[in-house]
Design a protein around this ligand. Structure first.
Ligand SMILES: *Cc1c(COP(=O)(O)O)cnc(C)c1O
Length: 430
């Protein structure tokens, strides 16, 4: 038995499923998760000493590459003056100022410790601000694991707009709670219009991934976004952009800068903490001023604005702000996708690709899907085989066909060539 298997067995004795976040357990693809010992740039090494090219990058945060020397230095310096005070620091102001400058729709920002906290708090704030209960989310979008967001629509198109048909997508979530969440299909303008027409005056917020990365990678149509912005404005609802994944990942100003949409609230996480537990939500001053201690919407956190996490976040944002960062990242990601597509074509495997900035999706299907339902129709069996063929060759992809992939600035041409060469072999074997 290899070291990974030994550790996985041991882990399962004291940790449910052996992991601290379910997707790490490799349930969808089968096999043994790799236990990581160290990482540098685009690579990580497992306990067996095998090197992998990392195409997850901690699910997005490590955009500057693993263990970037400047980030490591900043974290060390911060750690030497204690890890946490539970009192304000100047670093938090600097990070807040930086975020407001890079994402102009954010006039004020509150820091938290995870994306889940950011979306949960943004929803509470939207409800407190509007005095309404109903929220709209879209099928296939993931916004962390707050109760109100662990919802799936009843089956059948007609039930999409009927929240009484909703079912919690997790045990432990009360039916009474999910009836306040409407689940609509992504990119379906008609469904959105219909819901607003019927219950627009009850809708507190619409929350979406402005480029969805939790059902592989799905882009919104222009019409979908403009309809959402105008409907929420017209009916007095809050538009929440969940940019926990896309913020500082697809562009310096996030998805909203590419789409020309100004949301009311934005959730951030992942890249903004540079790999430390750190996230935030922010937006219009008028809405943010409803938060405690100014307003009556309660929100707090012992480790919020943690100084070590702030140091990692500030340095990471400094690095991504440098001239040419996103041009390079975007170009490398496109090159990688083109290489994979070419390799698939050469082996006559139906395959399509998409990417934005340092985020990518590939699909075992002739064309890029536009909704969760279309993703479920891609060839998941081929994905699983491809995943393991790549893993064996030292390329670590997301262990699920429903997740986007991520590159970093450290994924240079030599790294891309190695991935593409492995893919050529994998596609031939499929
Ligand atoms: C990762 C993610 C979250 C949850 O963030 P956590 O830090 O894992 O709690 C929320 N929304 C989106 C879009 C995400 O990708």
């Amino acid at each position: 038995m290899g070291q990974n298997e030994i550790l996985f067995e041991r882990a399962q004795k004291t940790i449910p499923g052996g992991v601290n976040s379910p997707v790490r357990a490799f349930r969808q693809v089968g096999g043994t998760p790799r236990f990581v010992t160290k990482a540098k740039g685009p690579y990580f090494w497992d306990v067996e000493g095998k090197r992998y090219i990392d195409l997850i990058m901690s699910w997005g945060p490590m955009i500057a590459g693993h263990a970037h020397p400047e980030v490591v230095e900043a974290v060390k310096k911060a750690a030497e003056t204690s890890f946490s005070y539970g009192a304000p620091t100047e670093g938090e102001i600097e990070l807040a100022e930086r975020i407001c400058q890079l994402v102009p729709s954010i006039e004020q920002v509150r820091m938290v410790s995870s994306g889940t906290e950011a979306t949960m708090s943004a929803l509470r704030l939207a409800r407190g601000y509007t005095g309404r209960d109903l929220i709209i989310k879209f099928e296939g979008c993931y916004h962390g694991h707050a109760d109100s967001l662990l919802v799936k629509a009843g089956s059948g198109l007609l039930t999409f707009a009927d929240s009484t048909q909703n079912a919690p997508s997790s045990g432990g979530v009360p039916h009474d709670l999910v009836k306040h969440t409407l689940v609509l299909p992504y990119n379906d303008v008609a469904a959105l219009e219909e819901v607003f027409q019927k219950q627009g005056d009850q809708i507190a917020a619409v929350i979406l991934e402005p480029i969805a990365g939790n059902m592989n990678l799905i882009k919104p149509s222009k019409g979908f976004l403009t309809a959402m912005r105008s409907l929420t404005s017209h009916h007095g609802g809050v538009l929440i952009y969940d940019e926990v994944m896309t913020g500082f990942r697809v562009a310096l100003g996030g998805a909203q800068s590419l789409q020309g949409i100004t949301p009311d609230l934005t959730c951030l996480g992942k890249v903004m903490g540079g790999g430390m537990p750190m996230a935030a939500f922010g937006g219009k001053r008028e809405i943010m001023s409803k938060l405690a201690p100014l307003g009556n919407v309660y929100q707090a956190g012992t480790l919020s604005g943690n100084p070590v996490a702030v140091a990692a976040g500030l340095k990471t944002l400094e690095i991504v702000s440098r001239e040419g960062f996103y041009e390079c990242l975007t170009g490398q990601t496109e090159k990688l996708m083109a290489g994979l597509k070419q390799a698939a074509d050469a082996a006559s495997v139906p395959f399509s690709v998409d990417s934005v900035g340092g985020m990518f999706g590939f699909y075992f299907a002739d064309k890029v899907p536009a909704s969760f339902e279309e993703v479920t129709k891609t060839n998941i069996e081929s994905f699983k085989k491809f995943f393991h063929l790549m893993l064996d060759q030292g390329v670590y992809l997301a262990p699920s066909a429903y997740e986007a992939g991520f590159t970093s600035i450290a994924h240079d041409n030599a790294v891309l060539d190695e991935i593409i060469a492995a893919a050529q072999i994998a596609f031939k074997k499929l």
